[in-house]
Design a protein around this ligand. Structure first.
Ligand SMILES: *[C@@H]1O[C@H](CO)[C@@H](O)[C@H](O)[C@H]1NC(C)=O
Ligand SMILES: *[C@@H]1O[C@H](CO)[C@@H](O)[C@H](O)[C@H]1NC(C)=O
Ligand SMILES: *[C@@H]1O[C@H](CO)[C@@H](O)[C@H](O)[C@H]1NC(C)=O
Length: 273
């Protein structure tokens, strides 16, 4: 084949940026009925938060991948890898370049990709119907040991998480994270839809339990009473401790960076109702 033809083909492929191979992010059906979180989270909030808010992050991310992200080489990038590229640099020649070169694409991946990842973690790995699980019997031994090491006790963790989540100014998330540098758990927050594993944060850390404190997560039932929503989350037995334990094991084993947060089939924490 003539070199010129080869070059033309390569350019055509870049321009299409795998448009032909493009796979949309889609939301799986929730593995539980949305009515099962009463009285902690009402059915209307559960439904609207997932089928409207979370769906919108997916739709807008898909739109971005077909528009401002074309030519960035991101079309086939798994969600967790996309999220980690936000704010990150990669070597290019002798210097460093932004991992996502187009600013509008990076903004979309940050806000919509972050939103999709964070909500996927929250709905699919962190929540279980009221009363289905509790810390003492469903959190793994390894996780409980790590909690003891970092916080002294689960009650101290809860007190810290509660204060920290209440203190998020405006919209954002409170997280229990595993920090690979210290090999310890800690509690942190991010604004908007940022995630602690984005390249914006040093060191990166991996969220194993998150609480959405955007008003869209609690306003229908709790209005301005964010503290009551936080208490219901921590004390209402709606945390999926099997899911959190699995995420902890993945983080410790270095598998978390490749986590397919929208895949429900890969763990023992599936809770059917
Ligand atoms: C749950 O909430 C949604 C959204 O408001 C509503 O359409 C649905 O009928 C509710 N389900 C029940 C069982 O109340
Ligand atoms: C992907 O999603 C976008 C909007 O989210 C939609 O317009 C498009 O048709 C979808 N493409 C495929 C291949 O499903
Ligand atoms: C919560 O724990 C973090 C470490 O995980 C610590 O830096 C912070 O001071 C604690 N905050 C509260 C309110 O206990």
């Amino acid at each position: 084949m003539a070199p010129r033809l080869l070059l033309a083909l390569a350019v055509a492929c870049l321009a299409a940026d795998c448009r032909a191979h493009f796979v949309n992010f889609t939301l799986p059906t929730l593995p539980y009925a949305t009515t099962l979180f009463e009285p902690n989270i009402d059915n209307a909030t559960m439904t609207i938060h997932y089928t409207k808010h979370t769906q919108t992050y997916a739709t807008k991310l898909n739109d971005a991948i077909l528009t401002t992200c074309l030519g960035q080489g991101l079309a086939l990038t798994p969600l967790s890898q996309l999220v980690q590229k936000v704010g990150a640099s990669v070597p290019c020649g002798a210097k460093l370049c932004k991992a996502i070169r187009n600013a509008d694409c990076e903004k979309a991946v940050r806000n919509q990709g972050g939103g999709l990842f964070n909500h996927g973690l929250f709905f699919l790995h962190n929540l279980a119907p009221t009363g289905a699980q509790d810390y003492e019997t469903h959190a793994s031994r390894a996780l409980r040991d790590a909690v003891k090491q970092a916080f002294g006790s689960y009650d101290t963790l809860k007190a810290n998480f509660s204060t920290t989540a209440a203190g998020v100014f405006g919209s954002g998330w409170a997280w229990l994270v595993y920090n690979p540098a210290t090999r310890k758990l800690s509690i942190t927050t991010t604004p908007n839809q940022d995630n602690p594993m984005m390249g914006l944060f040093t060191p990166r850390s991996y969220a194993i339990l998150g609480l959405d404190v955007w008003e869209h997560a609690y306003y229908i039932k709790y209005q301005n009473r964010r503290a009551d929503y936080i208490t219901a989350f921590l004390n209402g037995k709606i945390i999926n401790w099997q899911g959190v334990s699995l995420l902890y094991a993945k983080a410790v084993n270095g598998q978390y960076p490749n986590l397919n947060v929208l895949d429900l089939q890969q763990g023992p924490w599936r809770v059917m109702s």
